[in-house]
Ligand binder design. Sequence first.
Ligand code: NDP
Length: 429
Amino acid sequence: MLAEEYRVGGTCVIRGCVPKKLLVYASRFRAEFEDAAGYGWTVPQSSFDWSTLIANKDKEINRLEAAYIATLQKAGVSIVKTRAVIADPHVIQLADGKRVRAQYILVATGGTPTYGDPIPGIEHAISSNEAFHLPELPKHVVVQGGGYIAIEFAGIFAGLGSQVTVVYRGENILRGFDDDVRAHVRMDMEKRGIKVIVGCKVAAIERTEKRFSVLFTSGNRATADCVMFATGRAPNVNKIGLKEAGVAIAKNGGVAVDEYSCSNVANIYAIGDVTNRVNLTPVAIREGHAFADTVFGGRKVAVDLTHVPTAVFSDPEVGAVGFTEAQARARFARTDIYKAMFRPLKATLSGRDTTVLIKLVVDGSTDRVVGCHVVGEGAAEMVQVAAIAVTMGAKKADFDATMALHPTTAEELVTMRQKSASYAREAAE
Ligand code: NDP
């Protein structure tokens, strides 16, 4: 039995990856129209209609939700559209009053946006949840945060025509990504007109008639029609009976689980964002599959989270798998770096001021490629394929032996012969 209080599909399908990618596609037409001129096209004055995009996006999400429901029903799953709370390790209390006995309970309740420390006027801020249903495209948007959601929505809003200011508390956006990637994304975002303010936070949001006056910790102000916070998400562990059933919560705020996604209560498992391990859809799917194999399939399967490829669908796009340069240098006796930064062929005739970054991080002792980082058009698609090689343990020599496919951006992955740098691990003090 599957209990769902809202819509079937979870964050990814209903208010995450899928609708986000549709908005990303929409936002990229602006650059395509601009770039077309260099290729001889005269594009008639373009105009954009937010309500058409949102209505079409909603239609597609409805279609997908119906498809998921049909697949579940075909597989014999009974779906109850109500909230479920664990009454004891073998009993589920449904909000409609029914109680259901269960041999196993799988918690996959995901996460919810968080807004950080309380500030005056925080009630005016929206999260990504609301961004998908704004009544109109805001003219000026202030986005707080420097992670996936902030950087993706900055690109979406800017591409659709909003003026965008990103406010990030740290030194540079996309903490956790390779430093070259972070610098490159920021540089290109700024070239596209997005204002990036670092070392700063939103201190207060005041309503001024129809707009907002946003006060920053620097003392400066900006006027905005929309203030979006993308300051992380917290696992949905509250008010679902976990505490009462004796399920332990980990330091990261998620359900504490072992490598088989089993909690400290033997028949209660948890997967996905509610465990706050690696909060990405394919990881949750893999964890769910491993749970099914382990509990019902007669073979114990643990999920290996060593090589998780990831993408930021920002403008420019990021794709990454494996270690960053900094991680590799701390881990391996010697780290070799191969790096190329170049103007993509498409940008020659279009005249667009943009560059692609391709970077391989190699364990110098074994020649294994332990990290692959790409910034630019098609980065996510490239890295999904490169992730096969990295997961297989391919060596730099295997990349070199691979015939290039010309003319592509990805060919640079197999044609970088000269090391850009080589580092010996610094001795620990
Ligand atoms: P992230 O953890 O990626 O980013 C949160 C950002 O908010 C960070 O820049 C963080 O700064 C900043 N922040 C956190 N707390 C505060 C605060 N109190 N004041 C100011 N800034 C703060 O979370 P997101 O909300 O962007 O996304 C949630 C998760 O969803 C991601 O971790 C990711 O797993 C998933 N996701 C994946 C996508 C993809 O695969 N393409 C797309 C969208 C979401 P700092 O860096 O200093 O900690």
